[in-house]
Every structure is written in C-alpha cells, then in structure tokens.
Design a protein. Structure first.
Length: 507
C-alpha cells in the first residue's frame, strides 16, 4: 500500500452564519420571561453592559452608539459553520456565544487584580445586596412526595424488617400515590432479608398509616375503597357508605362507561339513587399523591397587548416593554479601549465583550421589530376573530406571512414560538393564528381551530338525554357547510376532552 501527500483543489458549498445572526435567532425565539432571564444573565456576565437610565440624554446616546459601532467593528469576523477538524479557527466564536462568562472569566479576574479594581462595574455592591435579598426571600424548595412519605413512615412503630420493607416500597410509589409495580418485580429487586410476607405487611401498614388516605393503593378501585372505609370508620353523621362501596367494588367499569341502567338492574336501585351515590364518590380523591405535591401554575406573560382603536376602527398592537430592561454600553469601557497604553490581553477582552453587548442590544431591537411586523399581519388577516370569536379564525400559513414581510418562514416560526397576546378575548398563544384549514361550501375559508370551536358549540347545544354520536356530529357540521370525515371529528372531540356519546348521556 502506498501512502503519499499532495495538494488538491476542491469546490464545495458551505453555509455561513455570522455569530450575531446566531444570537439574533436565539433572542427572537425566546418568550418574554426567557428574554428577561437572558438579559439578567448578560448583565451579570458582561461588565461592558449596563442598564440605561430613563433620563439619559438622547444626543449622548447617539454619539455613544456611533462610537460603539466604530469600536466594536474591529475584529468582527464571519463565522464558517463546518467540522472543527477541517478548520478549527472559529470555534472561539461558538464558545463565546454559548457561554460568554467562559470567554472572559479568568482574564477579567487577572485584569481586575492588576488594575486595582478600576474596571469594576458601578454599584456592584448594590447589585450583590439585591441578589442576596432576592435569594433570602425565595421560597424554600418543596419536599418531594417520597421525602414526605418517608418522614411519615419514620413515625410508625414496627419491626426492623417491616420498616426496611416500607422504606423500600415508598421508593416505588408514583406521583399519583399508587404502588403499581407488581409483587414479583418488587420481590426480585428487594434488599437482602426482605421476603414477600414482609412486603405484604408493609404495604398494608402503609395504606392504613400514611396520609392522605389511599396512598399505597395498587389501582383506582383499591384507592377509593381505602378512602370509603376510612370515611365509614370516622363517620359521625350516620352516613352509610355501603352502597358507594358496592358501586366501586363491582361496578366501577360501568360507572366509567355511564351504564347506569345496567347498574340499576343489577342492584335493584333507582337511577336517582345511583346518581346520588356517584355524586357522593366525588368527595374522594382518585390521585391522593397529588395532594402532597405542590402544583405551581405556569406563569404566562403576554409579549404584546392588542387594543381596539374606536377612532380608526382597527386593532393595534403594542409590545410589553415594561419589564424588559433598557440596555446600553458602559462608557467607561469605550474610553478605556481607546487608550494606547493598555495591554493586548485587556484590549482583546474588552473588545470581545463590547461586541457581545452590541450584538445583544441589536438582537433585542430586531426581535421587537420582527414580532411587531408579524403581529400586525395577524391583526389584518384575522380581523373577524377579534370581532366575532374563535369560530371565525381563518387559515394563515406561515409561508404567506413570510412572503408578505420578505423574511424567511423560519424567522416567522421563531417569532411566534411560545409568544402570547393579551387581546379583548383573553390571553391567547400567537401560534394559534397560524393554522391550516378548509374551504366551506359557501367558499369561505375556515381554520381547523374554528372548526373545533364549531364542534364544541354543537356538543354544548345537544340534548344531553340523547347526545349526538360522531356520525351525527358529522351531519351537523355538514349542515353548517363544513364537510370533514368522521375520524377527524373523533380526533377533535378527544382534543377538546369531550367523552363519547354514551359517556355524555344524562339519565
């Protein structure tokens, strides 16, 4: 085999992305809360970036921005995205974008020491105090379900073997509070010395010792029976839960399928008595473990507010800038980098951070501009939704919006990702307005979301004693000019969390 070297010419195509373009795409895709966190992170990591005071002079800002462009333009390079083994010379750009602190952390500490702290950001001690105060006022992290159950189990008096078996079983209890793992699997993984008898005794003790009642059950039936029995033992009002217990023990599947006549025939009870007993079952919790888990609601902050202008008879949009900090470049570093007597390492450090700061400010401004342009197109295309509601949503492909604005469809997708609008009809996701649809018999275009709203309206208006089947729902939609398949109706019904006709029937 012969091995030699040589020089060859090769023509290939490579995609080129500037580092600032990468950052711009990331900033555009961030929701409002994510943008605030990103800005806070950059303020912490980048000493050349600071908050702009509301009373800053406009003329000084213009001069500063012009100087920023002159200073930060030095050394800005085009980034070639390809395998590092081919050309590793640009990997530092990626590292700076992914973690800016790593790009200057050690150099900043060295420079700060050599200069006696002359580059220290203004009011750093105040910022530190604010962060310490915020950390002190932050709520403690909630205990997990397993930790809470172990704490309860530690108060139960039992033998050493049963105590070990109980601790072992608690590790298999899921967030619903159920012990769904089968006995053989538990036995196969059990610690040495733990037998099947120990596991059975420990599970029984768990079920009767831990709160809330129902923890440690194997399924819904057992969970409800444990709660019914506990209610019967503590009852002081003469309430007899025996019929409730009978329904859960023998007719739980019939209750789920709403087969009340079958239950009435088997138990010699009236439909009203069965309905009353089922209503009583609602006092029991089907997932007792959830009662111990802190359920934090998701925080949604709208990115824009839609308002109706009566004078011009149109809807207008304004972005919610109130909580987005206004940023600017620290003038001290602009002055330092123009000095001739600073060393090369310090100049490179400050230059890199000035570029990163300017890229961030430009990316935020570009984000606001792009979002507002996209939202204005939505307001024009979906006027009927804002006037009349969800049933009047029209299909709006992202490609159409991209062509209208002269931008790439991926840019539109990033602009609407995880963004929300505060409208006169409530807070809605911006992506809701971008969906496909179909053409009605009258020639109008209707989005899939609008069709779902029509379907929900038909179901809400049906006779509950004789609910409509999926085939009948198809016919009802046809009467309104909407021709879709039965499987599509079934899919939309499930997405709306609407049960089948049998389960919706009221006796």
């Amino acid at each position: 085999m012969r091995i030699d070297t040589g020089q060859y010419l090769r023509i290939d195509q490579r995609m080129k992305l500037a580092p600032r373009m990468i950052q711009s795409m990331e900033i555009l895709q961030l929701p409002a809360l994510g943008l605030e966190e990103r800005i806070e992170q950059e303020l912490t990591n980048n000493p050349t970036l600071e908050l702009r005071e509301p009373d800053d002079d406009d003329q000084d800002r213009d001069q500063q921005q012009a100087q920023e462009q002159r200073d930060a333009s030095e050394g800005e390079r085009e980034l070639v995205v390809k395998d590092e083994s081919v050309d590793p010379s640009h990997t530092d750009d990626f590292e700076r974008l992914s973690n800016i602190s790593e790009a200057y952390g050690e150099a900043w500490e060295a420079n700060n020491y050599e200069t006696g702290g002359s580059y220290q950001r203004a009011a750093a001690s105040e910022e530190g105090d604010k962060k310490l105060d915020a950390m002190a006022n932050t709520a403690a992290r909630a205990m997990s379900l397993t930790d809470q159950l172990l704490a309860q189990w530690g108060l139960v008096e039992t033998t050493t073997e049963i105590d070990r078996a109980g601790q072992y079983l608690i590790g298999f209890i899921d967030d619903d509070g159920y012990l769904r793992t089968d006995t053989q699997s538990l036995l196969d993984q059990a610690p040495p010395g733990i037998t099947q008898e120990h596991l059975e005794q420990a599970q029984a003790l768990l079920q009767h010792s831990l709160e809330p009642v129902g923890i440690g059950a194997c399924n819904l039936r057992e969970c409800l029976l444990l709660q019914i029995d506990a209610k019967a033992r503590a009852a002081t009002d003469g309430h007899d839960p025996q019929f409730e217990r009978l329904l859960v023990d023998q007719f739980l599947k019939d209750i789920e399928a709403n087969r009340l006549p079958r239950i009435a025939k088997a138990t010699d009870h009236t439909i009203d008595q069965i309905k009353s007993a089922i209503l009583g079952l609602r006092r029991y919790h089907p997932h007792p473990g959830r009662l111990l888990i802190e359920d934090r609601p998701r925080i949604i902050r709208p990115d824009a507010i839609i308002e109706y202008d009566e004078d011009e008879d149109r809807y207008t949009a304004r972005l919610t800038y109130e909580r987005v900090p206004n940023l600017q470049i620290n003038r001290r570093y602009l002055k330092i980098i123009r000095e001739q007597n600073i060393d090369r390492q310090t100049r490179q450090f400050i230059g890199n951070n000035l570029r990163s700061a300017r890229w961030l400010i430009d990316a935020i401004q570009q984000r606001h501009s792009t979002m507002l342009r996209v939202i204005n197109v939505v307001l024009d295309a979906q006027r009927e939704y804002f006037d009349q509601g969800t049933q009047h949503l029209k299909p709006l492909p992202m490609t159409l919006v991209a062509d209208q604005l002269g931008i790439h469809v991926a840019t539109v997708s990033r602009a609407v990702s995880e963004k929300y609008l505060e409208t006169p009809r409530g807070i809605v996701p911006l992506r809701m307005f971008f969906s496909g649809g179909t053409e009605t018999e009258s020639g109008d275009h209707m989005s899939w979301t609008a069709i779902q709203a029509k379907l929900e309206q038909i179901i809400n208006e049906e006779d509950k004693s004789n609910p409509l089947s999926d085939d009948q729902l198809v016919e009802k939609l046809k009467e309104r000019g909407i021709d879709i398949a039965r499987r599509t109706v079934a899919k939309y019904r499930k997405q709306l969390n609407v049960p089948t006709a049998r389960q919706r029937k009221q006796y």
